[in-house]
Design a protein around this ligand. Structure first.
Ligand code: NAP
Length: 232
């Protein structure tokens, strides 16, 4: 049994990961931003332990990890998005996207590092996006944060490999979670047709890819597309 820490585990992709890793018998902790009702529902359903914590806040992340006994697998999934012209975007919003999507990983990896170094073993899985690979119009900041996640993953794989720590990334395509809730049905259907396999993804599709990476002992520095072939 491993101890798994999943950020953004109250809803969407993170919640599916909480469900899957808990079902496999692992001890699961998950961080969430503020949706206590969703977090309590997940905790009751899976036995996972919820911790309210803004991953962008280093002090909150440090405090959260003092409540976590150990960590074998860290899944840095928490993220936010914004749709709109970059020229209309406030500096505060730009900074917030980077604070949650990129700096949040910095805080969580550093908080988990003592446990990993002590064991000379560990597994980190980051969450990028297909837009981090190719960029999306009207999602400039989001795309930039997700591109940063890819570079960060590869850099950390090189830096931490000698300490027995693997670092991999999933790059999801269109996954039907609350993050896509503002999209019209027609738009979702059009997006589904852009993938090779003609459908949008589920949160569990991504969780299964995370499970693969968690067990893939000779895989590190890899960016695994989970997008139905949307971006090839
Ligand atoms: P979601 O349904 O909106 O869920 C977001 C989760 O992250 C929630 O559990 C939320 O907690 C948590 N969260 C948000 N900000 C946080 C913060 N500052 N600190 C701690 N937790 C925070 O999103 P999703 O679709 O599952 O996306 C998960 C990840 O996949 C993100 O990194 C996203 O960029 C990436 N992704 C998603 C898609 C997609 O199509 N859905 C595609 C590519 C990549 P609360 O419940 O408390 O708000």
């Amino acid at each position: 049994m491993a101890t798994v820490v999943i950020t953004g585990g109250s809803r969407g992709i993170g919640a599916a990961a909480v469900e899957l890793f808990a079902a496999r018998g692992h001890q699961v902790y998950f961080l969430y931003a503020g949706n206590t009702q969703a977090a309590e529902t997940m905790a009751a359903r899976t036995g996972a332990i919820p911790i309210r914590c803004d991953v962008a806040n280093g002090a909150e992340v440090q405090a959260a990890f003092t409540r976590i006994a150990d960590v074998d697998i860290l899944i840095c999934n928490a993220g936010i998005c914004h749709y709109g012209l970059m020229s209309m975007m406030t500096e505060e919003l730009w900074d917030r996207l980077f604070a949650v999507n990129v700096k949040g990983i910095y805080h969580c990896v550093n908080a988990a590092m003592p446990a990993f170094l002590k064991k000379q073993a560990g597994c980190i899985i980051t969450v990028s996006s297909m837009w981090g690979r190719v960029g999306a119009s009207c999602e400039a900041a989001y795309s930039a944060t997700k591109g940063a996640v890819i570079a960060l993953t590869k850099a950390l794989a090189k830096e931490l490999g000698p300490s027995g720590i693997r670092v991999n990334c999933v790059a999801p395509g269109v996954i039907e979670t609350d993050m896509c809730a503002n999209l019209e049905e027609d738009t979702l259907a059009e997006l589904a047709q852009e993938s090779c396999i003609g459908r949008n993804g589920s949160a569990m599709d991504v969780a299964k890819a995370m499970e693969y990476l968690a067990g893939a002992d000779f895989v590190t520095g890899h960016i695994l597309n989970v997008d139905g072939g949307f971006v090839l």
